[in-house]
Design a protein around this ligand. Structure first.
Ligand SMILES: C[S@@+](CC[C@H](N)C(=O)[O-])C[C@H]1O[C@@H](n2cnc3c(N)ncnc32)[C@H](O)[C@@H]1O
Length: 232
């Protein structure tokens, strides 16, 4: 009886934490959504372009873009490829919607959804893009579990993100910038090795992107690391 009650209390506490985490993301992007394109548009554009290029999207494919934001990458996908973009922030989605209307992108569908609790059936997508989102979601491990689930076995997942530098001097500088990074809800001390371990997928390649390769593009294949065994 006590164990059941403890379990129920823990589940309620987790739900409450998730609700508060969501609120923080939505609030941050409500405040800085309009500024976002200005601050993070051009600097991180090469990473978006590089990711969409290596994805090699084909006509008729259905791609998921997780944390689509204001839709800065949307114009780079071929018009014959169907794109579903999801994001938690209504403000970012409204800006993305303006973009798709302005550019008449009829291949794009936008949905308000939590990356940690995707409302898609298992194995829905062959390719998934996750650009500058991994260090913003409150629980990256939960997001990764959802990515493995909705991606087809042997499908491809492309993550572009900044990870904490291994250089001590740069790392110190990043710590100084942490309060600024926190304003838009992203953690400047995000660890690459831990992320790869949590991904629990075969890592195909890491490529440096953007200024001096300071950001990384990670290409994962949706199967267990070091084997050809598929994630179920
Ligand atoms: C730094 S922006 C990146 C946006 C876009 N991918 C780009 O390249 O500019 C991070 C985005 O992740 C979204 N986000 C944060 N947590 C999320 C979650 N749990 N589920 C879905 N989207 C989330 C934010 O609302 C924001 O739009």
């Amino acid at each position: 009886m006590t164990a059941t009650r403890d379990h129920a209390e823990q589940a309620t506490a987790e739900q409450e934490k998730r609700r508060l985490d969501h609120q923080a993301v939505v609030k941050a992007y409500h405040r800085y959504g309009r500024l976002y394109n200005l601050v993070f548009g051009a600097v991180m554009e090469p990473g978006r372009k590089a990711a969409v290029k290596v994805m090699g999207c084909q006509p008729g494919e259905h791609i998921l873009e997780l944390g689509v934001g204001t839709g800065l990458a949307l114009p780079y996908y071929p018009k014959e490829t169907r794109i579903t973009g999801i994001d938690l922030s209504p403000d970012m989605l409204a800006l993305a919607r303006q973009r798709i209307e302005k550019l008449n992108l009829q291949n794009v569908e936008l949905i308000k959804m939590d990356a940690q609790d995707l409302q898609f059936p298992d194995h829905s997508f062959g390719k998934i893009a996750v650009m500058y989102v991994a260090s913003v979601v409150p629980d990256p491990k939960a997001m990764l579990a959802e990515l493995r689930r909705v991606c087809q076995p042997d499908g491809d997942i492309f993550v572009v993100n900044h990870f904490a530098s291994r250089n001590r001097a740069v790392r110190g500088f990043e710590k100084m910038l942490a309060p600024l990074a926190n304003l838009v809800g992203f953690h400047s001390d995000f660890d690459l090795d831990r992320f790869i371990e949590d991904a629990d997928m075969e890592l195909i390649k890491i490529t440096g992107v953007n200024l001096f390769g300071y950001w990384k593009m990670l290409h994962f294949r949706n199967r267990r690391p070091g084997s050809t065994g598929r994630h179920s």
